[in-house]
Design a protein around this ligand. Structure first.
Ligand SMILES: [Zn+2]
Ligand SMILES: [Zn+2]
Length: 320
């Protein structure tokens, strides 16, 4: 167990399959800290404030917030909290650079990349309507105005935490390491494999490759406290499971490419997803699935097992 006081507040995630996000409340001696906060919705706001009340900690005593990554369910409720207290806000330096500094460009690049990878226009139009980055646009605009402290890999932080940069799920994801345990955010989750997507072409960038390296890096940290679900008492075993899952998926994608050349979208339609066949998924999960297929294709290309060719603005993949 952690050798300092912490409490888990399960903040509701209305309308999202995950059901909740964990906000961890830490007693830092000179004040309190939260690791992640929640989604900017009514239910989440009430859930967080109720959790703080039950812990006997008024919001004004929160003096630090450590955010694991920029996703809406972890960060957007911060605007509310910032009205109730003056705190220091920490997030991965790479997250600020990749997303916070140019939100519009990030979004535009993301959607045009998915079009280049064969995603049909109708699917993209619908994805643009439901994507959390679009739905929570206002909250994002507000929170990027806060004064952030960019966290670097290995940095020693207040409250006895140390930052570990774990790119993969997002470019600047941070795992906050404490004595005997670590707050793993969405880097390692107990029940589902974290979505490893692909944002847009950054020369030499291989998100799945980065993620696999980040997984190896987070071994031996003790108990894992994830952003969704219960504590992982055997974090290393869970990491091994996720590593195996990606090796299997890489082999599956390589096998699918035997029928290539085809687009990442076509590959995504052929993958055997745990959540069901691609065509039966909702827009949200279809978008995730295409990103996931793409990150595996890009990684296979890095390993010399696949190659891509662009024709009339569309990318086609085949075996190397
Ligand atoms: Zn996430
Ligand atoms: Zn999450």
């Amino acid at each position: 167990m952690l050798e300092f006081t912490y409490r888990r507040i399960k903040v509701p995630l209305p309308g999202m399959e995950l059901g909740h996000v964990n906000a961890y409340l830490l007693d830092c001696g000179d004040g309190y800290a939260l690791v992640d906060v929640g989604l900017a919705t009514y239910d989440a706001a009430v859930g967080l404030l109720k959790g703080l009340r039950e812990a006997g900690v008024p919001p004004s005593r929160i003096t630090r917030v450590f955010v694991t990554h920029y996703h809406a369910d972890h960060i957007t409720l911060l605007q509310l909290l910032s009205q109730l207290t003056s705190a220091d806000y920490y997030i991965g330096e790479a997250e600020l650079k990749a997303v916070g500094s140019n939100f519009d460009e990030f979004l535009a690049n993301l959607f045009s990349e998915f079009a280049r990878q064969g995603a049909p226009t109708a699917l993209l139009e619908e994805a643009k309507r439901v994507a959390p980055m679009v739905r929570f646009r206002k909250a994002f605009e507000d929170i990027w105005q806060l004064e952030w402290k960019g966290v670097r890999d290995g940095e020693q932080l207040p409250c006895g935490l140390k930052a570990m940069w774990t790119p993969g799920h997002t470019p600047g994801h941070i795992v906050y390491v404490a004595k005997g345990g670590a707050f793993t955010g969405d880097h390692v989750l107990p029940k589902i494999t974290p979505n490893i997507s692909y944002w847009y072409k950054i020369e030499g960038y291989d998100p799945l490759g980065e993620y696999l390296k980040s997984l190896a890096k987070t071994k031996g940290l003790g108990v894992g406290y994830p952003a969704h679900g219960d504590a992982m008492f055997d974090l290393d075993a869970r990491i091994d499971e996720i590593l195996r899952h990606h090796e299997e998926r890489l082999a599956e994608v390589e096998a699918i490419l035997a029928d290539g050349p085809m687009t990442a979208y076509e590959v995504a339609r052929r993958i055997k997803w745990d959540v069901g066949p691609f065509d039966q998924l909702d827009v949200y999960n279809k978008f995730f699935a295409i990103g996931e297929a793409l990150s595996h294709l890009v990684h296979l290309e890095f390993r010399g097992r696949a190659r891509s060719m662009e024709h009339n603005g569309i990318v086609y993949w085949s075996r190397a």
